[in-house]
Design a protein around this ligand. Structure first.
Ligand code: C2E
Ligand code: CA
Ligand code: CA
Length: 611
């Protein structure tokens, strides 16, 4: 299973032997290389060779005159190879002399996961291959996992639905060429059935609904049916030619669900609202996009703002509690900055060996009169309303003022890292705000780091580069957040003007004893080193994780083991305790009692943040 447990096997398609040196160096690294004589023999070899990845060279420079036809032939060869590799879930990397734009585009458009330039080091290629192979394995494992089921109705549960949806959508190219339609069925005031007739009657209603759903879609094999929340059912349809046909299906389903049913021995009528959302063919399908589709369908069912199917929603008389909550959040968020309700909490990034703090990450919190709201809840709303840009600019300004105040009070905070939305990079206002905030705080530009997520940057990498470059020119540092999902290509990564990779928490969480995750983190460390970048591990919670990270060469850590995000006023006290703890190797955390164990949750020296 683990990438480290078995020698890597690579297929090399390089008819002209132009990459003999690379071939030899990879063998020197202990990798098993099998040459493919021609693209036509690739399919057969892929089935027999048990290879982990495919390397394919591009042909010699195009000769003038016949350039166009050669280019078409080159593209056809790449596409053919990529199809063969992708069908088997195998990563393909294209070897190029230099990453001239055209070739990079051609290779990635053909379906390659990455390109590799001759001038780069073999160690870099090795690390990149490990990452690609590991993420391909994780995807495959995800697809093999039995999908979660809801015990009451036998339908998929929410997680099972997401897995099944991703798997269905990626099953074949036919599906990919059709829209992905989601119907979200919500029972109106379901709690009234429970309250009036008892939980047993409620269960009867849910089971009957599930039965009717199965019946309605029995002849549509490419669908996934789930109970995604207490009184919410979801249907994913992949076989519809046009997203609009969903409207007719939704009406039909609604009519069926409105027929009387027997709950707790009594006949009752339930009313449902159905929201429809659709992704057009070609859109990225992953857990996040399915989550977003569910959220859009939920909104559609309450706003009646769906692909032309308002009539399905005419029966909506009252808005649901969730809808009210959302409206309440939406309304409350307007003006929250002006009212001083937004605050920043700070989480240190530490080196546990030297017990030093290299930077603090600023994380937004919304302090409402009655409750604290976390970014997971309000950032999505802020994204929709465009307020996320105001929040980003406020956070930059506020965080720099805070560093200035700390320094004035004798607390030597080296720097601060602020999260911004990737689309913010495309706005000129960001650089202006940054400049203004730096000027008024009197701090040197290197104090500020901005974090953008890898996925966000990769969505439009060329524009992101322009934005990042501008910030870099001001002297500001940039970090790629939630890094490691394997989406960014090496070609782009080496061109991104960034300073730091923040290793996604998911890899750190599973570090205890998980060899594949160790391989991923090791690859990220090699990648970071080859590209001259810092690496920070996020979400370090246990001593075992800290020790694994340390063994893998990563000493910049952020996580509950050291501190939860805390209000600015608590930093001095935390820092004093952190510095005065006895350093050792491996360093024990404060309050630790007994020997550290793999996987054990160990309370570190944090000041708890109540959630
Ligand atoms: P992120 O940038 O990946 O931030 C790290 C998140 O992980 C934070 O959640 C932090 O509290 C949490 N965390 C840190 N250490 C640990 C740990 O050891 N274990 C666990 N389980 N969690 C840990 P938080 O503060 O809820 O923020 C969530 C996300 O919201 C952030 O993820 C970031 O993407 C976004 N966000 C936060 N503040 C802002 C902001 O000002 N602007 C924008 N655009 N996004 C923000
Ligand atoms: Ca972050
Ligand atoms: Ca992160």
């Amino acid at each position: 299973m683990a990438a480290t447990a078995r020698r890597l096997r690579i297929l090399l398609l390089d008819e002209g032997h132009a990459w003999q040196d690379l071939h030899d160096s990879l063998i020197g690294l202990g990798i098993i290389i099998q040459r493919v004589a021609h693209v036509s023999s690739l399919d057969r070899l892929l089935d027999t060779a048990q290879a982990d990845a495919l390397l394919i060279s591009t042909e010699r420079p195009l000769s003038p005159g016949v350039e166009a036809s050669q280019r078409i032939a080159r593209q056809a060869r790449l596409t053919r190879a990529a199809l063969a590799a992708n069908r088997r879930g195998m990563p393909m990397v294209v070897l190029v002399e230099s990453a001239e734009e055209v070739l990079t585009h051609e290779a990635l458009a053909a379906g390659a996961q990455d390109i590799f330039e001759r001038a780069s080091t073999v160690a870099l290629l090795h690390a990149r291959l490990m990452l690609l192979i590991e993420s391909a394995r994780m995807r495959a494992a995800l697809l093999r996992r039995p999908w979660g089921r809801d015990a009451l109705t036998g339908l998929l549960d929410r997680q099972g639905f997401v897995d099944a949806a991703v798997s269905l959508a990626c099953a074949d190219e036919n599906v990919l060429s059709q829209p992905l339609v989601l119907l979200l069925v919500n029972i109106d005031r379901f709690s009234r059935i429970n309250d009036a007739l008892g939980a047993q009657a409620g269960d009867d209603a849910l089971r009957d609904m599930a039965h009717r759903l199965k019946h309605t879609f029995r002849q549509m094999p490419q669908t996934a049916l789930a109970r995604v929340a207490g009184d919410e059912f979801a249907v994913l349809l992949t076989g519809l030619r046009r997203a609009e046909s969903a409207q007719a299906l939704a009406r039909h389903l609604q009519a069926d669900l409105h027929r009387p049913m027997v709950c707790g021995g009594l006949e009752c009528l339930i009313r449902v609202r159905i929201g429809i959302a659709a992704d057009l063919p070609g859109a990225t399908v992953d857990a996040a996009s399915i989550g977003a589709l569910l959220a859009r369908a939920a909104r559609a069912s309450t706003d009646a703002k769906v692909i032309g199917v308002e009539s399905v929603f005419q029966e909506v008389q009252t808005s649901s509690a969730a809808h009210r909550d959302r409206l309440d959040l939406e309304a409350g968020l307007v003006g929250a900055i002006e009212r001083g309700e937004l605050v920043l909490h700070y989480q240190p990034i530490v080196d546990p060996l030297t017990r030093t703090v290299s930077r603090l990450e600023a994380l937004a919190r919304w302090q409402r009169p009655d409750a604290m709201v976390y970014p997971g809840e309000f950032i999505p709303i802020a994204e929709e309303t465009g307020m996320v840009f105001d929040i980003g600019e406020w956070a930059v300004t506020r965080a720099l003022q805070q560093v200035r105040d700390w320094r004035a009070a004798g607390i030597r905070v080296p720097g601060v890292s602020v999260n911004i939305h990737p689309l913010h990079l495309e706005r000129a206002a960001l650089a202006e705000t940054v400049q203004q905030a730096l000027r008024s705080s009197g701090l040197e530009a290197g104090v500020l780091q901005l974090e953008v997520t890898e996925t966000g940057v990769m969505r439009d990498v060329e524009r992101a580069i322009v934005g990042l470059q501008q910030l870099r020119e001001l002297g500001v540092r940039c970090a790629l957040d939630d890094f490691g999902t394997g989406q960014s290509s090496l070609a782009w990564l080496s061109r991104l003007p960034i300073d730091t990779l923040k290793i996604d928490r998911s890899f750190v969480t599973d570090l205890d004893g998980s060899l594949p995750h160790q391989a991923v983190v090791r690859s990220i460390m090699v990648l970071a080193r080859s590209l001259g970048l810092h690496a920070v591990a996020e979400g370090v919670e246990t001593i075992a994780q800290r020790d694994s990270l340390h063994a893998l060469g990563c000493n910049a850590m952020q996580g509950y083991l050291y501190a939860k995000p805390m209000p600015a006023g608590e930093l001095a006290q935390w820092w004093e305790r952190f510095e005065s703890a006895v350093p050792s190797n491996p360093p024990p955390a404060l309050h630790e009692s007994g020997p550290s164990q793999a996987g054990r949750r160990t309370r570190g020296d944090f000041i708890p943040e109540r959630r």
